[in-house]
Design a protein around this ligand. Sequence first.
Ligand code: AMP
Length: 427
Amino acid sequence: MEGRIQAVRGMKDILPGEVETWQAVEALARKILEIYGFSEIRIPLLERTELFARSIGEATDIVEKEMYTFRDRSDISVTLRPEATAGILRAYIQHGLYRTQPFQKFYCIGPMFRYERPQKGRYRQFHQIDAEILGSPDPRCDAELLAMLRTLFEGMGLRELDFQINSLGCRSCRPSFKEAILSFLRDRETRLCEDCRRRLQINPLRIFDCKVPQCQENLRGAPQTLEHLCGPCRDHLESLERHLNSLEIPYTVNSLIVRGLDYYTRTIFEVISSDLGAQNAVCGGGRYDNLIEELGGPDMPAIGFAIGEERLVSLLLEGGRQRSRPPLDLFVVAVDARAESEAFLWLDRARRLGLRAETDLRGGSLKSQLRRAHKLSARRVLILGERELHQRRALLKAMDSGEQEEVPLDRLEAQMAEWVQGLREEK
Ligand code: AMP
């Protein structure tokens, strides 16, 4: 016999037991995103490789080392999406969405793929909740995204998160920062790793992402973006800070964050948790005021973020905030084979009315069926046997009190409708 096939390394199954927490996270995220005015957009998992190379940047770790890229049967180079922003912008430009409504807010929830070294909080298939505001340079957009994140995290009961912001400047002030970095690193160049020496030529900012300790060492005392911001970029950051203060969103300015993608301009931010270990960012985002134009669209500023769902769920699980399946409303027992068909009918009626109802499709003894009802934490059990059917009655047992009553079958549907009403009121 051949060996069992395992999942691909870095790709995780989300099994029942854990998936309920994912569902709750996504349901709350959707609710809050809609409250804040975002519309869902669904984009393909696969895009032309060029889209990511041009947007994320040739010198980034993602494009250099981490993309799942292959040629399809038409010999076109395609890539499994490593992030959502590029695809959303491609769709926005391709469908001319900016013509009818230049200002748009989108969200997208789904899997991303990066060939990274797997470890806790880092996978090769992972999931993001992504939000983008397209079409305005106003710092209120930046503040709105952070405010929405606060609402979302608070809604999940997560309070100990650190919002860190920074500004990377714009086309007019970034060159002076790059120049300063280059001159700072000029006599340290030989002590940088090979990758960083190459990055120095293409995009020196990327050296800040390098994990090699010696490179980090050599960056100590390096110039900071904040020292090189032009007037408008400084004003933008100050205005964002004023809004965050007035919304009472705690934050810190951390001039060391640069984010791993090339397209960012001005505001960038991360949401950090000290409970996550080495991979401590739950969310990352920033402005990309030139990217839409660089991808062939109109000259339009924008900003977005992506939350890492694995890390968010792990915070919830570790904080004892996991969700489980709600208990069953009804378990239907057929005492013997002759009652099966009638029991099956009532099971379906119950479900059509909206009750979470189950039976044991394997049949089995009354005792084993009741055991299963217990295991599934059913609130009520409906027992149908030949005798009950003969009398057009069913036996109804409340599992918490153990109370039993006989219900005439011609009243059962009305009774089920009452339970449904009761459930609605409970919510
Ligand atoms: P990025 O798209 O790199 O800005 O990342 C945004 C967020 O996605 C991060 O803060 C993480 O929470 C999450 N994330 C990024 N890469 C991974 C990965 N390989 N595995 C799990 N989560 C990830």
